[in-house]
Unconditional design. Structure first.
Length: 319
């Protein structure tokens, strides 16, 4: 057990240091390309931090554990919104880019509505996956368009700076460090979750509670740690862009790709508990923020409370 505790601590160190490197590289990319932080958060950061959810859900589907594929994706959206952004807003309230936040939020709500409509027949089928992957293509195109628009403005206004930013050696270093930070976060998450489960079982925590806490949180650890590291470094836009992008990708990418090998059933718990809490959390996040262009501490507190209520309800179901 001593070795498990050591591995757990190593996982914690890897994920925190990896997030530090990851965010520094993201900021460097933003400075060199003049792309706004919220776009970076919604593109490369969200794609990178959603990899754990995608791999877990896809392999679960391939192994026939299809309910885990949906639960992992929806649970991550709830965790990302309620816990991660709730903590971010509670610790350090901040203003948002109105145009970018609005466009990503509307696309996220469209993806949620699409998921609900596709789930009316109580399953996400291979045909449904085509629609979800079409939304993924739309999301990627909208990001590409945003990056191109920002890039063209940057070239017009900062021609001399752009030339100086195209040093191949610097870019290679940034890309390698970015990949290193991501690998450290994913590996650290794995060590943290695997050994955390063993330690929890050794202490006597019930299996159901472990699956709802340690494992559910495990795939969202990259989003959590990278977002908290971003606000520590005063790059709040990366946090909100990361979470909005990750939530969209959990629906169109994670569920969309995972439903290709096998149809994914939608359980009564998903309809009665998971989906309603997901919708409530997203509305608490989106509606006040669009109106005021800011995430408030009280708003973050409400999201945290709703998330804890959700965990509490699931806890009572398994005890």
């Amino acid at each position: 057990m001593f070795i498990k505790i050591i591995l757990f601590l190593i996982g914690f160190v890897l994920i925190t240091k990896g997030a530090d490197i990851f965010i520094n590289c993201t900021v460097d990319i933003g400075k060199k390309t003049k792309i706004s932080e919220i776009i970076l958060g919604a593109t490369i950061v969200s794609f990178a931090t959603t990899l754990p959810e995608l791999t877990v859900s896809l392999f679960a589907s391939l192994d026939g554990h299809t309910t885990m594929s949906l639960g992992n994706a929806v649970g991550s959206i709830i965790c990302n919104t309620g816990l991660v952004l709730g903590l971010v807003a509670f610790i350090s309230p901040f203003s948002v880019d109105k145009k970018m936040f609005f466009s990503k939020s509307v696309l996220l709500l469209i993806c949620v509505i699409l998921l609900l409509l596709l789930g009316i027949d109580k399953s996400i089928t291979k045909i449904d996956s085509i629609l979800l992957l079409t939304m993924l293509a739309i999301y990627m195109y909208s990001n590409y368009k945003s990056v191109v628009e920002k890039g063209s403005k940057s070239r017009i206004n900062n021609t001399s700076k752009v030339k100086g930013n195209n040093n191949l050696g610097e870019w290679v270093k940034i890309v390698l460090l970015f990949a290193l930070g991501l690998i450290m976060m994913v590996l650290g998450s794995r060590l943290l979750v695997d050994n955390g489960v063993i330690i929890a079982e050794w202490i006597g925590v019930p299996q159901g509670v472990i699956s709802l806490t340690v494992i559910a949180l495990g795939t969202s650890l990259p989003e959590l740690v990278s977002s908290l590291t971003a606000i520590k470094k005063n790059h709040h836009a990366i946090s909100v862009g990361n979470i909005l992008g990750a939530n969209i990708l959990n629906i169109v990418s994670v569920i969309g790709i995972s439903s290709i090998p096998n149809d994914i059933p939608i359980l009564s718990q998903n309809m009665r508990i998971d989906f309603p809490f997901m919708i409530v959390l997203l509305l608490i996040l989106i509606l006040p923020t669009i109106k005021k262009n800011k995430l408030y501490r009280f708003q973050g507190l409400i999201m945290l409370i709703v998330y804890l209520i959700y965990i509490g309800i699931l806890y009572t179901m398994y005890i």
